[in-house]
Ligand binder design. Sequence first.
Ligand SMILES: Nc1ncnc2c1ncn2[C@@H]1O[C@H](COP(=O)(O)OP(=O)(O)OP(=O)(O)O)[C@@H](O)[C@H]1O
Ligand code: SF4
Ligand SMILES: [Mg+2]
Length: 401
Amino acid sequence: MSIKKTQTYEEALEKEERQEELERTKASEFAAFDDAAEAAKEETAREEKARADADLPPDPDVLLEVRHLKKYFPLKKTLAGKVTLSLRAVDDVSFKLKAGETLGIVGESGCGKTTLGRTILKLYQPTDGQIFFAGQEIAKYSPSKMRPLRTQMQIIFQDPYSSLPPRSTVGGILSEPVRVHKIVPREQVKDYVLKIMEQCGLRDYYYERYPHEFSGGQRQRICIARALTVQPKLVICDEPVSALDVSIQAQIINLLKRLQTTMGFTYVFISHDLSVVKHISDHIGVMYLGSMVEFGDKKSIFENPLHPYTQALFSAVPNPNPDVKMNRIVLKGDIPSPANPPKGCKFHTRCPMAMEVCKHIAPAYKEYEPGHFAACHCYPQGEVKGPVKAVSLQEETGRED
Ligand SMILES: Nc1ncnc2c1ncn2[C@@H]1O[C@H](COP(=O)(O)OP(=O)(O)OP(=O)(O)O)[C@@H](O)[C@H]1O
Ligand code: SF4
Ligand SMILES: [Mg+2]
């Protein structure tokens, strides 16, 4: 076993000076750099890419394909109505999702998860980008054109208390969408609803009871049953178990998984809880300040996370193996405002691996392994097939930690 030599004070000082010198050199490379011009150039490049991608046909193998999706909320307008400041809640997000699979969306509060879900469902009109649902480009569909598709796309909310009408019975709540959308003939509605209730673990005598008579878990089952009554293809689950006790969470997650197996639903599952996301997802998308910073299948994201933000988020997931030491990466600082995101890489103000270049140039979102995308300057090699490694940050920054 080799014993590491303890650094002397002089050696440590010398190393520190070398590091500072290197950082000064790097900073001087960017001294005459015009960040505004770079941002404009980057915006133009992104727009060109979006325009080129817009002509591609939809992928026939997927149920949902999102391309360069943006949702900006206007914050300030001139008297003439021109938007002068907007909040980029969803900023150029792209991904594909096959039928019968689950995409988990993770990220800190305010990163745009809910806005992404709602924009996909057209509950918010997208600012830009394309949404292909079952091959149809729905981003620019009018509300009336969306109507026939509404039953195929459903949402389950976090709060099962406020999302049920208090004055209707469970039977009334579940029958209404069946009748409105004429899912089955009138005389079969009750039997149909009772069958859905059984599938969702709700007893038949609940039919006559009111939402306030149920616990949180049972109410969430009612919400799930209501979404299922119209036989959707895609269900967006926005933090569906966050408001529930841990034991009830597991029951609801298992119910969603069972329904997916028997009925073939496709889920976009939004959650803060990475253990839950790990359990239910096939693919995972990691969002930061409105951008998708990494996307890939569950195994790649958990075993080979590329983006420093993903690495930090996932370092907090408890490992069931007591012999595995947790190396938790604690991020410094607060999340910046999406109305005024940092220049260059949006994550540079909190990134433990940030380099000078990160402050000035936004990294491109690239595919590193088949289906595994990330946006980070640590991987300048571009598209590679096979295991991906960060370039030596020691080389780049002179750091040894
Ligand atoms: N209708 C709106 N008008 C203006 N800004 C909005 C609106 N809805 C959301 N935002 C802003 O957009 C950003 C993203 O919000 P969103 O609710 O999508 O985040 P989130 O990731 O779902 O957060 P959480 O985990 O807390 O639910 C936030 O800064 C939020 O304040
Ligand atoms: S581009 Fe730079 S700041 Fe951004 S995540 Fe990568 S290393 Fe960190
Ligand atoms: Mg949310």
